[in-house]
Design a binder for this molecule. Structure first.
Ligand SMILES: Nc1ncnc2c1ncn2[C@@H]1O[C@H](COP(=O)(O)OP(=O)(O)OP(=O)(O)O)[C@@H](O)[C@H]1O
Length: 263
């Protein structure tokens, strides 16, 4: 029932889910979910553990088939997906540069992405031996090399230290303008949700509420899940995210993530 149709419910959406339901082992995982993603939009999906966030992403990616509902899209979209967990087999030694070479990309753009994600020095390292934070950067770089229409990030901050996390947020915020992609992120970090996102969708098997961050946090279903005292202020980011770096930064005006410090 979930084949991607070229017709459209929302003429402005890149992709739209229409009353999607997923049942696994007699359990409702998603119920009647309507969802749309627009060009160059940054949308964050929030909700408690087990709410169906990863499942919703997998439906969008075509990995999980819905039991009912439809997916509409104007054109065949190119997705890049940075999963929550990536544990490559130790029996398949793969260097970072080999992994990145799997994606075809213009050399200048590739150099820029490698520099901006802070992985220049990791090129010869084996993917299996990277730290959690290094692995996240490499996966993000690989995702960008695909030059996707939609970049999907499932809790991408796992393993990142606080400074790298702030830099990653700043970098992700710059991507729609820089590379023309929409960004769909799953995050439990409500501070990011409120400050970095154009739109928030709160999911708990069904869509509880969605809209501008400042409106969503006033919604009764949001407050029932996250409480009433978790209200965040918003401010605009026109400054460098790495101002507190222990080592002086050769300031680059473009958002970028610093490499992890060497031991
Ligand atoms: N392949 C599967 N087989 C059985 N149950 C599944 C499968 N995939 C997901 N589920 C169940 O569906 C529910 C939603 O899972 P999902 O991973 O989408 O939630 P989530 O919102 O991403 O959770 P979290 O925030 O903990 O990552 C969970 O109860 C999970 O156990």
């Amino acid at each position: 029932m979930s084949a991607v149709s070229q017709q459209t419910v929302n003429p402005h959406a890149l992709i739209a889910l229409d009353k999607i339901s997923v049942r696994i082992d007699e359990r409702d995982i998603l119920k009647n979910v309507d969802f749309a993603l627009h060009e160059r939009e940054i949308v964050t999906l929030i909700g408690p553990n087990g709410a169906g966030k990863s499942t919703l992403i997998k439906v969008l990616l075509g990995i999980v088939k819905a039991n009912s509902g439809k997916i509409h899209s104007h054109k065949k979209l190119k997705f890049s997906y940075v999963p929550q967990k990536f544990n490559p087999s130790h029996s398949l030694p793969l260097r970072v540069q080999d992994l990145l070479a799997l994606e075809k990309c213009d050399a200048d753009k590739k150099a820029e992405i490698i520099r901006d994600t802070g992985i220049t020095k990791l090129q010869d390292c084996k993917v299996q031996q990277l730290s959690g934070g290094e692995r996240q950067r490499v996966l993000l770089a690989r995702a960008l090399l695909r030059q996707p229409d939609v970049l999907v990030l499932d809790e991408p901050m796992q393993g990142l230290d606080i400074q790298s996390e702030a830099e990653l947020y700043e970098y992700v915020r710059s991507l729609p303008i820089k590379y023309g992609c929409a960004v769909l992120m799953v995050s439990h970090d409500l501070q990011w949700v409120m400050q970095g996102t154009h739109r928030v969708v709160c999911l708990n098997k069904h869509i509880c509420c969605s809209g501008l961050p400042e409106n969503v946090q006033k919604h009764p279903e949001y407050q029932a899940i996250f409480g009433t005292n978790r209200v965040f202020y918003q401010h605009h980011h026109d400054h460098c995210a790495h101002g507190d770096s222990a080592t002086p930064c050769q300031h680059d005006p473009r958002p970028h993530i610093h490499p992890e410090p060497e031991a």
